[in-house]
Design a binder for this molecule. Sequence first.
Ligand code: GDP
Ligand code: MG
Length: 429
Amino acid sequence: MQVRVFEAPDMASGLKQVKEALGADALILSTRTVRKGKLGLLGKPVLEITAAVDERWPQGETTPRPAAPPRDNSQTTSPAPMGTTPRQAALSYENLWQSPAPERPASAPTPAPEQEDTRQLRSELQELRQLIQGLAGRLPATARTAPAYVEPEFIRRQPATDPADNRPAMQLLLAMGVDRKTALTINRYAEEELAPEQMKDPDRLREFLTRAIAGVLRTTGRLPDKGKGQQRLALVGATGVGKTTTIAKLAAGSMGRLGGNIALITIDTYRIAAVEQLKVYSEIMRLPLEVVIRPQDLEQALERHRERDLILIDTAGRSPRNEAAMQELAAFFPLHLGIEPHLVLPAPTRDNELEDTIARFSCLPLASFIFTKLDECGPLGVLLNTQLRHGAPISFLTNGQRVPEDILTAEPARLADMILSHDGACYHG
Ligand SMILES: Nc1nc2c(ncn2[C@@H]2O[C@H](COP(=O)(O)OP(=O)(O)O)[C@@H](O)[C@H]2O)c(=O)[nH]1
Ligand SMILES: [Mg+2]
């Protein structure tokens, strides 16, 4: 393993140096601000990044290591003055936000993957700009308490065996993606409770089904109130499902209520880009971010933030098919640490894939399901199906890429209404 220390005036140019020198698979071991110069405490603040790379780590297709040797200004012993080269200047946050593309020297064409990196960084920064705009006018969110769950009588009954599929309730439920067994049960309940003419009245039927579905859904979108004891949430799930974005939304949504008394921890150290993404969010919200590599270091990191009301823990995307990776992940959540793992599931996922993912992540003590990408999903019966099959409550729903706006706290009546209205996107904003 190669470990090196980089110095930079800010996180963006520091991470750029790390990427250029060690490649995009480099791991950030620590970051800290030190003061340089003869003035001691009054010296110029400099960001010091310790990063490592190991040739044995698997290489991502989109993040090849650079063929060129490291640049001079990334040497451990004598870092060059920072922010002075045209290349560094072109890669400042401001320039990335404003200019269409950073200039590249004609004599040293950059390979395509690096352009892709820059494009990705720019698109992330676009999202961050929206985050800042969103934060400006954000009001404190209201904590919601989940009502005690009492399983309704009709769920305990045997489903009907031979109802006609052309019954109005059946048709509506199946069209909304509610699975057949559940639809049969709800249909039977509706036929028992409603008069035939009420069954034919679409508004009456819909209102009845909304109440029936709301009655069986369990939700728990509760985040802590200030000074009421610390809550530790970890978001787990496959790669790209929206864990990091949802952490940013949850943190931003709790900022007002908790007075910023939040800390972020990431154990997603597989890729530099993953740490970088959360680091940028943490900088914008001025929240501390801890990068934890080994399970045994997590307790100390939590201890350092024991006064915070909310700890949000981001994790690496794990393929649920990789047993070893799942065991590694589980090692971060010994029960005595009191961390609640919440499984992030994209709503537009095929039923069998969803079931497979849930089965494999069930080696963790899952506290809830968080459904993401509702804006890309058609019928939302999947929410009810998953809930009834697995029992874990639903806590949050996300319906877009905008941070912090596109997140909803799960509530039974709202969820039932969404399921029967067919379209997650209509709940935008
Ligand atoms: N359409 C849509 N995209 C989302 C949503 N949540 C996250 N994303 C996008 O999904 C991609 C992966 O998100 P990320 O948080 O990095 O996923 P992670 O790998 O699980 O941490 C990003 O482009 C996000 O903007 C959502 O609710 N709707
Ligand atoms: Mg992530």
